[in-house]
Design a protein around this ligand. Structure first.
Ligand SMILES: Nc1nc2c(ncn2[C@@H]2O[C@H](COP(=O)(O)OP(=O)(O)OP(=O)(O)O)[C@@H](O)[C@H]2O)c(=O)[nH]1
Ligand SMILES: [Mg+2]
Length: 385
């Protein structure tokens, strides 16, 4: 292998010397400028030094230490390919692509680690799981808690076993879901009274209709509906239409005392479902009015209806305000519209109440289900498949 050094006052002159000596196929390996003959290297004349070789094979491996050389290497190999044929070119392009991909994934991983710096010491598999939870909108706090549990439960080799980590993740999430408990009838006081509350437009009335259809038509139970949503004529008509189709009585009440009388009239039945008007949790007057209605009902269960299509920040605020109503269970609606389901885990963990139902579309009575905790955990971790 021949390697030579050339020195000249300018780059142009140094390159000319290389070309004259080694020919125009010579490969530049290195260039630098330095001062010569000055006192302690100062005030000397600036010289350009080029290290070059006539041997093009020197560049078979990419000289990764120097960007200029790397580019020249690829330019050189591509040039050579043009002479040698298409097949070689595609091979080298593949090589180039895989190099770039490697660099890309390294950068992404560094960025991710710096963003979540407090988990950056995790194994790659655990870090991946953590990022998966975050991607599915499990809160950062909960994601860390889950990964910490996993870290404590698994040891040594297991921490690199993807399949085992996935199974443990699902089991950990499952254990964090308080419980799944639909409405059960037949308490000692006779009629079971269920009230649905929640913010506007989440699907309370539609869910009441689905429940009424299920209990009345499928389970052959004796049901009545009561609504206090008298603010909008359309809202009463919406429920009346369902009541007529399902063939269950509907009461429309305006005050807390009317509510008491209506309940009295239907206390011989199996189930009373009470629909309430959507309330903005920010309106204190509406909230206290709703509270006085709920006190008049004395419900066996008050279900907070939440839409999965809401942001967690918003839902957090909703939960804080609706807590004043003594919530027993949660219903999640609009799972068909959600892109990720981490929100369900965040809410259930924050509120620590059972999940009664999920709803998955606008169709009455079909789009309602009691979800299996294992499936819910899978859904939270992996989304819909
Ligand atoms: N995609 C989807 N839409 C739903 C679901 N449940 C209800 N909806 C729709 O959401 C809209 C509002 O539903 P409502 O049942 O009127 O909601 P609400 O909570 O009673 O609303 P307010 O009484 O105004 O507070 C309607 O268009 C429903 O068809 C569901 O599970 N998925
Ligand atoms: Mg409604």
């Amino acid at each position: 292998m021949i390697i030579k050094k050339y020195e000249a006052p300018t780059m142009q002159k140094a390159l000319a010397a290389v070309k004259k000596d080694l020919g125009s196929d010579a490969v530049i390996l290195h260039t630098k400028t330095r001062r010569r003959n000055g006192l302690l290297g100062l005030w000397g004349k600036e010289m350009v030094e080029i290290t070059a070789s006539p041997d093009a094979n020197l560049l078979e491996k990419p000289p990764v230490s120097n960007t200029g050389n790397l580019i020249r290497y690829y330019q050189k190999t591509m040039g050579a390919e043009n002479k040698e044929g298409q097949q070689d070119k595609s091979l080298d392009l593949k090589f180039l692509h895989s190099d770039l991909n490697e660099v890309k994934s390294l950068v992404v991983s560094l960025l991710k680690r710096s963003k979540h710096s407090d988990v950056s010491s995790l194994s790659d598999e655990l870090l991946e799981s953590y990022l998966l939870l975050i991607e599915h909108e499990v809160s950062e706090e909960l994601s860390k808690e889950i990964i910490q549990k996993l870290h404590n439960d698994l040891s040594g080799e297991d921490l690199n076993n993807r399949e085992l980590i996935r199974t443990s993740l699902i089991n950990t999430i499952k254990r964090m879901i308080p419980s799944v408990e639909p409405i059960t009838l037949g308490n000692q006081n006779g009629v079971t009274k269920i009230a649905l509350v929640g913010p506007t437009g989440v699907g309370k009335t539609t869910t009441i209709a689905k429940l009424a259809a299920d209990f009345s038509l499928r389970q052959k139970k004796d049901c009545a509906l009561i609504t206090i949503d008298t603010y909008r004529i359309a809202a009463v008509e919406q429920l009346r239409t369902y009541a007529n189709i399902i063939n269950v009585p509907l009461e429309v009440v305006l005050t807390a005392s009317e509510m008491k009388r209506a309940i009295e009239r239907h206390k011989h039945r199996d189930l009373i479902l009470v629909d309430t008007a959507g309330r903005s949790q920010k309106n204190a007057l509406q909230m206290s009015e709703l509270k006085s209605f709920i006190e008049a009902i004395e419900p066996d269960e008050t279900h907070l209806v939440l839409s999965t299509a809401t942001s967690y920040k918003n839902i957090s605020d909703i939960i804080d305000r609706f807590k004043m109503l003594a919530i027993h269970k949660i219903i999640f609606t609009k799972l068909d519209e959600a892109v990720s389901f981490g929100l369900i885990l965040n809410v259930m963990n924050k509120l620590n109440r059972s999940l009664s139902y999920i709803t998955t579309g606008q169709n009455v009575p079909d789009d309602i289900a009691i979800v299996d905790p294992h499936k819910l955990a899978q859904l939270i971790l992996e989304g819909e498949k």
